[in-house]
Write a protein that binds this ligand. Structure first.
Ligand code: SAM
Ligand code: SF4
Length: 333
């Protein structure tokens, strides 16, 4: 049976981008920059010499024109990421142009520059932000991120909450590094309307990943069940997160289980790197040179369609223990 017929009526949209496994592709993540004001151990290669930072990133106008073509294909959600997206000097111009497109606009940020941009978010009706925070301890924040911005990030999270933004907190859980803080993060959701997402540590170029450092979905949930009564919440189609709620709490928790329980069967995501390459999977080795084609003045639609068609069934067609890929900071999570 054509898998497209399996799609529930309320989730049908007009996207015409389908891969060879019948998966609709209507979600684009755009990396605005491969630069960052933090240096997280799990994202930025420890030897910075391993990174060729892009010298010729997509311009604001190119980002808009390319995003518009994806939206014409039916993309209904765009997430800006990086590197740190809010670090880009023309970030405001990019937000304003993309907000004009008939597509939901979301941001993943490390939180440091939120106060500088909060009026723009309000003005453009961007009401939901994903903020990364891996620890609630100031000294540990410095160890993980190599920078001393813990209090700034915390105050910006509270600023968002005081202005009634929907806030998701992304915590990358690493065995022996911060897995002892799962309880404290879940406790946060009791009194604050925050949505904590525990993310399994994933392998990327230069991040010294080992299977033994992954604190898995199962381990996260069984560790939380020792202290909390958890209700399982419904997961939406295309959701990467398995959602729960601590009984009686204001917020929710969720686990993104890419390593132990991949969710590729339902994947609707595509990526554009800051240097204008399209990746059909976070773990894909192959990339399509969208910006090269665009700068030649050629029609990029066939390249986009072809890139989606070439998507592998799972994990970019690679083995998790021997991935050939960029570093996370050069992809955009
Ligand atoms: N700078 C922004 C931030 O930190 O939120 C956006 C870019 S960052 C690459 C996007 C997300 O990827 C963050 O939530 C980060 O925690 C996550 N991430 C980075 N490296 C990861 C890894 N090795 N495993 C799992 N998640 C990772
Ligand atoms: Fe920067 Fe985000 Fe990567 Fe940390 S996770 S180094 S904040 S891009």
């Amino acid at each position: 049976m054509d898998k497209r017929l399996d799609i529930k009526p309320n989730t049908i949209n007009k996207s015409t981008l389908y891969d060879n496994f019948g998966r609709v592709h209507n979600y684009l993540r755009i990396s605005l920059t491969d630069k960052c004001n933090l240096s997280c151990s799990y994202c930025m290669p420890s030897e910075k010499g391993l990174i060729n930072f892009t010298k010729n990133p997509m311009s604001a106008a190119e980002i808009y024109e390319i995003a518009k073509i994806f939206v014409d294909f039916g993309v209904s959600k765009i997430r800006l990421t990086g590197g740190e997206p809010l670090l880009r000097p023309d970030c405001q111009e990019i937000l304003e142009s993309l907000a004009k497109l008939p597509s939901e606009l979301c941001i993943t940020t490390n939180g440091i520059l939120i106060d500088k941009h909060i009026d723009t978010f309000k003005h453009l009706n961007i009401r939901s932000l994903n903020v990364s925070l891996d620890t609630l301890k100031e000294d540990r924040f410095l160890k993980i991120t190599n920078k001393n911005h813990f209090l700034k990030v915390l105050s910006n999270i509270h600023l968002l909450l005081s202005e009634n933004f929907h806030v998701k907190l992304n915590m990358v859980v690493m065995k022996g590094i911060n897995d002892d803080e799962i309880f404290e993060f879940a406790k946060l959701t009791k009194d604050l309307p925050v949505h904590v997402r525990f993310i399994e540590f994933m392998p990327f170029h230069g991040n010294e990943w080992e299977n033994g450092k992954v604190f898995s979905y199962k381990e996260i949930i069984s560790s939380l069940e020792k202290d909390f009564e958890l209700d399982k919440l419904d997961d939406q189609m295309h959701d990467t997160a398995k959602k729960y709620q601590v009984k009686g709490s204001k917020g929710t928790i969720a686990v993104i289980s890419t390593i132990s329980t991949p969710f590729c069967a339902d994947c609707n995501r595509m990526r554009l790197t800051a240097d204008g390459k399209m990746k059909n999977c976070l773990f894909s080795k192959g990339e399509a040179d969208i910006i090269g084609e665009f700068r030649k003045g050629n029609d990029i639609k066939p390249m986009i369609e072809q890139c989606v068609k070439l998507k592998f069934e799972s994990m970019g067609g690679q083995n998790i223990n021997s991935l050939e890929n960029r570093s996370m900071i050069q992809i955009g999570g």
